[in-house]
Design a protein around this ligand. Structure first.
Ligand code: 3PG
Length: 391
């Protein structure tokens, strides 16, 4: 990925779609800036080539046509200015024209507020394509969505290509899974089985250990015949969870079910935590973390692994009394000689919280996109660029 022949970008208008969808706190400050940092190389490449650079991203899931202050990329513009060491002006209402000189960069406001972005309406895509000579998609985190700025503009722009981050992410994840050092362990955690069912089913065909955590583990505990009190779970997916356990068992592989858990009576930052056996969960208990015995067993397994794929914290790690499981898993990954790959917003937050950035083999900026590449799917935003390159 050479930003579509970098040398030829001199004086050209380059439109970069990045994924700058970062978590913000109530004060509107960025709490985890991996995605902003990861967007810098493409922007610098375009600037060095002498292009007039426009960058955009979505932030959150705004209602189209209704821009609210909370939808603004202003915090991102500020962070990007710091990282690039130059002022990055934020441009509102940009669809019909953008003022930007060669050697300059502007950030175009939240593209998902534009009418037609989500549904990829051709009228919008054609207008956006007119803004540029070269379209560069570097938004790996959004490459599983076929939207106006990830798909439509790539169809209509004079030149369209993948940016360095998009290419590197797909390469790294695909290569790591093509011939992994074994045992291959995957940690798939997070609140809902429904959002991760296809990845669980697909990993069940390949991994040696499928470690589940969070609300996902609760549904698997139900499948294993355990009581989970009032814990978050999806009872209608117990059958699917059983099928995953059986698919693994048929290959001599396993889904470890927690033997102890950390519970509370309420979901709150100051809720007192109780460690108990998985078989002793009461009707009014909520499971908010795996217990220390389970965490230690999993940590021991992870240290034996050849490759580890990590998506999702195993407990409510934002609250310290329910963070033990995630902290132990993070430490085990950091200490394991295995090649590790991690992705997903909460996972990146956990990696940052426990300071193990340098100990993880590969950190992806993707959440859903990361999971889809792991499943072996072709991402639509990448596919259209391949078509353009071949056509
Ligand atoms: C993400 O955070 O996974 C990406 O930015 C995509 O966001 P979306 O799920 O709202 O499309």
């Amino acid at each position: 990925s050479d930003l579509c022949a970098q040398g030829k970008a001199q004086g050209k208008r380059v439109f970069i779609r990045a994924d700058l969808n970062v978590p913000l706190n109530d004060a509107g400050e960025i709490t985890e800036d991996t995605r902003v940092r990861a967007s810098v190389p493409a922007i610098e490449m375009a600037l060095q080539a002498g292009a007039a650079v426009m960058v955009t991203s979505h932030l959150g899931r705004p209602t189209e046509g209704e821009f609210k202050p909370a939808d603004s990329l202003a915090p991102v513009a500020k962070r990007l200015s710091e990282l690039l060491g130059r002022e990055v002006p934020l441009v509102a209402n940009w669809v019909d024209g953008v003022q930007v000189a060669a050697g300059q960069v502007v950030l175009l406001e939240n593209c998902r507020v534009n009418v037609g972005e989500k549904k990829n309406k051709p009228e919008l895509a054609q207008k956006m394509a007119k803004l540029c000579d070269i379209f560069v998609n570097d938004a790996f985190g959004t490459a599983h969505r076929a939207e106006g700025t990830t798909y439509g503009i790539a169809q209509f722009a004079p030149i369209a290509c993948a940016g360095p981050l998009l290419s590197a992410e797909i390469d790294a994840i695909t290569k790591a899974l093509a011939a992994p050092a074994r045992p291959l362990a995957a940690i798939v955690a997070g609140s809902k089985v429904s959002t991760k069912l296809t990845i669980l089913q697909s990993l069940a065909k390949n991994v040696d250990q499928l470690i589940v955590g969070g609300g996902i583990a609760n549904t698997f505990m139900l499948a294993a015949g355990l009581k989970i009190g009032k814990s978050l779970a999806e009872a209608d997916l117990v059958g699917e969870a059983k099928a995953v356990i059986e698919a693994m068992a048929a290959r001599g592989a396993e889904v470890p079910i927690p033997t102890d858990v950390v519970t509370a009576k309420t979901f709150a930052a100051d809720a007192p935590a109780t460690v108990k056996k998985a078989s002793e969960v009461e009707d009014d208990d909520m499971i908010l973390d795996i217990g220390p015995e389970t965490a230690a067993k999993l940590a021991a397994q992870l240290k034996q692994a050849g490759t580890i794929v990590w998506n999702g914290p195993v407990g409510v790690f934002e609250f310290d009394q329910f963070a033990g499981g995630t902290r132990t898993i993070a430490a085990a990954i950091a200490e394991s000689p295995a090649f590790s790959i991690a992705g997903g917003g909460d996972t990146l937050a956990a990696i940052a919280k426990y300071g193990i950035e340098d100990k993880v083999g590969y950190i992806s900026t993707g959440g859903g996109a990361f999971l889809e590449v792991l499943e072996g799917k072709t991402l639509p935003a990448f596919e259209i660029l391949q078509q353009r390159a071949n056509g």
